[in-house]
Design a protein around this ligand. Structure first.
Ligand SMILES: *Cc1c(COP(=O)(O)O)cnc(C)c1O
Length: 222
């Protein structure tokens, strides 16, 4: 199956309200161009240097989603190229992005990454920690960063009921945040969850954005 076929097949199964991010990390720009030619303009990358290398080689219309763990000392190329950083996993990182966006007079959208999986290796805010008054207060007063919603990854497991539990936790946390904290801010509307192996479950649990790599581009060559 070609990249274009894969995109068409997935899109035909996605509800029209769910956006598809094609995760292109570790694939060469020639393959990204095939996705773009098929009309896929949302691309996801997970490393700052790789994003900085690829973005200038591809059309301006591409909207880059940054989805990987980001260190505060690498925000510069990401703020320069990404339209949205989906992987804000600490207040420190949020502040670093705000500072860099302010310095370069850019506006950037972000998602708060929630830690709902069992694996300790995955990063993100613990929901209880995020919902404390002290943390929520610090999400206010951003001048160049707009918080658009949440991103979450489920555990790597065959147990679909566990994946469903984790996505439901994330969706519920999104709704709580939306209703309690981002009320009157209609742009707080993104729930990014679901990858190649679990996007159907994620959509059933209320995802509005799936991030799919392998099922579009094939296995990655690390
Ligand atoms: C790599 C990656 C994906 C895509 O994973 P696939 O299993 O290849 O679809 C999605 N989200 C994040 C955060 C990733 O790092």
């Amino acid at each position: 199956m070609s990249i274009a076929d894969n995109i068409a097949r997935i899109k035909s199964q996605l509800p029209p309200s769910v956006e598809l991010v094609a995760v292109s990390k570790f694939h060469p720009v020639e393959r990204l161009q095939q996705a773009i030619d098929a009309g896929q303009l949302l691309l996801g990358e997970s490393r700052a240097q790789e994003l900085a290398a690829k973005a200038p080689q591809l059309p301006q219309q591409v909207k880059w989603h940054f989805i990987g763990h980001l260190q505060t000392n690498k925000v510069r190329p990401v703020v320069a190229h990404a339209t949205i950083i989906e992987s804000i996993d600490s207040l420190r990182l949020l502040q670093a992005v705000e500072m860099e966006a302010t310095r370069t007079s850019r506006q950037i959208d972000v998602l708060l990454q929630l830690h709902v999986a069992q694996e300790q290796t995955k990063t993100g805010f613990a929901i209880e920690e995020l919902l404390t008054h002290a943390t929520l207060q610090r999400l206010d007063n951003l001048s160049h960063v707009r918080i658009r919603g949440i991103m979450a990854m489920a555990s790597l497991t065959d147990d679909n009921s566990q994946i469903q539990r984790e996505f439901t936790l994330a969706r519920n946390a999104f709704e709580l945040l939306r209703d309690e904290f981002f009320a009157h801010q209609p742009h707080f509307d993104i729930v990014s969850m679901g990858m190649s192996d679990d996007w159907r479950i994620a959509v059933d649990c209320g995802s509005t954005m799936v991030r799919i790599g392998t099922a579009i581009f094939g296995p990655r060559e690390y």
